[in-house]
Design a protein around this ligand. Structure first.
Ligand code: ZN
Length: 301
């Protein structure tokens, strides 16, 4: 057997293997993603708005279906791409903010809220970046594009971000290349080594964004976090007495449980969390692995 045919046999075997390792939801998400790339790039200018609307409807439908079949992917879990695809009834202002958030992430690998906070704090580099984003946005909104391309291969980054927590992280470099051969529409050959490096970069950016968000939270202590099942968590901080805890209630009504810094949860006897499985219900509602993590959403260490 020649080397050529041996390697093609290996490749055929692998082409299936990556699909068995990823979450089945990823296959559906990445298909919708490929379809949207192909549809939009193949659209005549006058068709773009209508096609984009159809795609949006398709994304919403897929999201609803996926959440029904895989409730563990609910918003608030590490698979936040489903939340990102969920926004609806957007105002013009929300739309512009959405474009800015996307631009900021693609251009600088940083969440917009963090960048704006740094700008307000007097950071010159952040200030220049905000200026740059405004300039990009102006060109896009007024049809004065195209804007300068983003660094790196942003199509690859998008697919990585969609699937990193749905199994792409566990693929070998070769399996990753097979996955991109099937679903990426960039038209270029997919090199396993280059993709491995890009995966590491995306992982690093996501981790940094997560850490930055946690650090930014103290100024937002007064806000509530809404979880699933109509549950709301809110910080309680009485600085003079050194008392800190997080209160959880249903629809902001009577407090059902308190969470302390060490992760201790005190539930009222009448509360839904007092029952067996109550702690799991609480953690699941907020997409956290422990009660301490929920506490840290409001009081990061
Ligand atoms: Zn590609």
């Amino acid at each position: 057997m020649s080397c050529d045919s041996l390697s093609s046999v290996e490749k055929r075997g692998r082409q299936k293997s990556w699909k068995e390792k990823v979450h089945p939801a990823f296959l559906e998400i990445v298909r919708v993603h490929r379809n949207s790339q192909e549809t939009l790039s193949g659209s005549e200018p006058h068709q773009i708005a209508r096609n984009a609307q159809k795609l949006r409807a398709q994304v919403l439908q897929t999201r609803e279906d996926l959440l029904k079949r895989y409730p563990e992917l609910r918003p608030g879990s590490p698979s936040n791409h489903i939340t990102a695809a969920s926004a609806r009834f957007l105002s013009q202002r929300d739309n512009l903010t959405g474009i800015l958030e996307w631009l900021c992430w693609r251009r600088f690998g940083q969440p917009l809220a963090i960048l704006v906070a740094e700008d307000k704090a007097g950071n010159l580099e952040a200030h220049n970046k905000v200026h740059r984003l405004r300039d990009d946005l102006w060109h896009l909104v007024h049809g004065r594009g195209p804007i300068e391309p983003f660094k790196g291969n942003s199509r690859h980054s998008e697919i990585m971000e969609l699937g990193l927590s749905l199994g792409l992280d566990a693929l070998t470099d070769e399996e990753l290349a097979d996955c991109f051969d099937e679903f990426c529409t960039c038209g270029k050959a997919h090199d396993a080594d280059a993709l491995k490096k890009q995966r590491a970069r995306v992982r690093k950016y996501l981790r940094a964004a997560h850490d930055q968000r946690l650090r930014a939270i103290p100024s937002r202590e007064r806000f509530a976090v809404n979880g699933a099942h109509g549950l709301t968590a809110r910080a309680y901080h009485w600085a003079a007495k050194g008392i800190r805890h997080v209160e959880v209630s249903q629809h902001g009504k009577q407090v059902e449980c308190l969470i302390y810094p060490d992760g201790t949860v005190i539930a009222a006897e009448t509360s839904q969390f007092y029952q067996p499985g109550g702690l799991d219900r609480l953690l699941q509602a907020f997409g956290v692995a422990s009660a301490e993590q929920l506490f840290c959403m409001f009081f990061p260490v």
